[in-house]
Design a protein. Sequence first.
Length: 95
Amino acid sequence: MNEHHKPRRAFLKLSGAALAAAPLLVSSRWAAAEKNAAMRAALKYQDNPDGEKMCSNCIHFVPGKTATELGGCKLFAGDTEVSPKGYCTAWMKTA
């Protein structure tokens, strides 16, 4: 085999493996999004606070870059964004 064909053959093998894995990645992201939607519904998540109870003062909240930007929640998988002024039934006050 010619030395010039080896890198191309390796690239083609990697490309084929990436194409074969693509449906698995897409389906796993879809499953995570579906799970998060179910979790939001189960916890009765809303974008508005319940009095003083809001995501920004909950132990599960992961703040965004600024105090007003969307953040995350430790109870949701992946990159699910929640409002700092949101609320759900899993709310627990930070210490």
